[in-house]
Design a protein. Structure first.
Length: 75
């Protein structure tokens, strides 16, 4: 089975495109950064060393017992 030069060239181009796409995805991932200006209540991320976004840090909700609100049923 012979492989033509065109198919080897196409394979090389496909591998190069996949490598560039993989590198772009690694660089574009949001990275957490510290923001001393905003304080500890804010969470900031930087994407591709260019775009920085900040949002208020989410506080976990406190689950409360609702037993006092349930009415007893007649059985």
């Amino acid at each position: 089975m012979t492989i033509s030069r065109l198919s080897l060239k196409a394979l090389a181009i496909a591998v190069a495109v996949a490598a560039v796409a993989g590198a772009a995805l690694l660089l574009a991932r949001p990275q957490p950064i510290d923001s001393a200006v905003l304080g500890a209540d804010w969470e900031c991320t930087q994407t591709a060393f260019v775009l920085t976004t900040c949002a208020p840090r989410a506080t976990p909700a406190v689950e409360t017992s609702r037993k006092d609100l349930i009415r007893p049923t007649r059985g």
